[in-house]
Ligand binder design. Structure first.
Ligand SMILES: [Zn+2]
Ligand SMILES: [Zn+2]
Length: 410
């Protein structure tokens, strides 16, 4: 029997209920915060994907690159931001007035990673991007929205960690300070960090192997230029007055190196090493780097698989049964099917047993599905059983549907 490719997941009906609930919360909240939906292709020109973050692990060695039959170099998107920027530029969205605020949900992203819990080769994201505002209010709005989404999804143990990693003016000084600090420790650094030392010293703070070294390292806050320090003060002030809880995390850097100033991450206390549920930050240089005009921007992404894991770790309520409102049972298929079809046309979730089994087996089937009402059709009328109240009445077949619709509020 064929198996699905490694690092991918199937979503079967019971699990799909959870997915739809997350997606519904994302659509509702993004709309409430004034973001409009965008959808982009699963693959992009490799050029676009590889133009961002030359020193980013994902872009360096974890992408799915291929040539199509026409010899074009294409890449399955490893994240949402660059494709969204490309789509907004191509669609002229930024020319229609600023800010431009967009979101995506259920966006599949592909990374060739070693599969483990919470890390998949195809995963799905909810993300929001805000273009055109350079002040901290845009950052604060995104942190608030990300937190509201996690709450709406049912997560309780997630906290916003925030930090500033400076801008193109002040980050070189901070990078130099980190390199100086780590230089004498270089021989004892892990393999990843050996490479990060040259390419992306900020990621040294991310090392999972040597936390003590990271904790004693120089902090970005001491190296921010005046404008970056003002921006970060502004963000903290706005979050404070709006009652959005956060903690300052001087060790927080994000995987992508296109960020500037604000970075944030919602950290879950019950997820072990994969504790980041989602986050983002400001990327004021990215739009221009991708061939657009200079345009300040900020955004975040939430991995939906990891969010579902967090909900499981919290012992979240099982998916509410979406059982039928009416199960139609009986020995004559033509009357059973006719009433079932009539009910469905009238907007009732209705079900019957297409296997034509015994009445007893039909009842077991109705029970397994979690039916609210079961109607048993006979020659001279029907018996309508209320499975919740555990009561039943006799009535003419024609009255079954009106009664069920009334009970279901239809
Ligand atoms: Zn700066
Ligand atoms: Zn390391």
């Amino acid at each position: 029997m064929a198996a699905r490719p490694r690092g991918t997941e199937d979503v079967l009906p019971e699990q799909a209920v959870r997915w739809r609930r997350l997606e519904a919360a994302a659509h509702e909240l993004a709309g409430r915060y004034g973001f409009g939906e965008v959808r982009t292709p699963v693959f992009e020109h490799s050029d676009l994907v590889h133009r961002i973050g030359q020193s980013t692990d994902v872009v360096q060695k974890e992408t799915y690159d291929f040539a199509d039959r026409g010899g074009r170099r294409l890449t399955l998107r490893p994240e949402g931001t660059a494709p969204v920027v490309r789509a907004c530029l191509q669609g002229g969205l930024f020319a229609r007035g600023l800010p431009a605020k967009v979101y995506y949900v259920g966006l599949s992203a592909f990374r060739y990673e070693r599969p483990e819990a919470g890390r998949l080769r195809q995963h799905h994201q909810f993300g929001c991007e805000s273009f055109g505002a350079d002040g901290p209010a845009a950052d604060a709005e995104l942190v608030a929205l990300c937190g509201a989404f996690l709450s709406a999804a049912g997560v309780r143990g997630a906290v916003a960690h925030i930090n500033s990693i400076g801008c193109r003016n002040c980050r070189p000084g901070y990078r130099a300070a980190l390199q100086e600090y780590y230089r004498e420790r270089l021989p004892s650094l892990c393999g990843d960090c050996q490479r990060r030392f040259q390419d992306n010293p900020l990621r040294l703070l991310d090392c999972k192997v040597d936390r003590a070294a990271a904790e004693a390292a120089p902090q970005a806050s001491a190296h921010l230029c005046g404008a970056c320090a003002d921006h970060h003060r502004g963000l903290r002030l706005l979050l404070g007055v709006a009652g959005v809880a956060f903690v300052d995390d001087p060790l927080l850097v994000r995987g992508f190196d296109y960020y500037s100033r604000t970075v944030f991450e919602f950290v879950h206390t019950g997820l072990g090493s994969q504790s980041g549920l989602g986050g983002g930050g400001r990327y004021d240089d990215l739009v221009a780097d991708l061939g657009g005009p200079p345009l300040p921007a900020a955004g975040f992404g939430v991995g939906l698989e990891r969010l579902l894991l967090a909900l499981e770790a919290e012992g979240g309520s099982p998916a509410a049964a979406e059982g039928p409102e009416l199960f139609v049972a009986g020995e004559r298929a033509e009357v059973v099917f006719a009433l079932c079809q009539q009910a469905r046309t009238a907007g009732v979730r209705a079900e019957f047993d297409p296997l034509g089994r015994s009445l007893k087996a039909q009842f077991r089937h109705a029970d397994r599905l979690g039916a609210r009402f079961v109607a048993v059709l006979a020659e001279d009328g029907a018996t309508l059983r209320d499975m919740r109240a555990r009561s039943q009445i006799e009535l003419p077949v024609a009255e079954v549907l009106p009664r069920v619709r009334a009970a279901a509020g239809l």
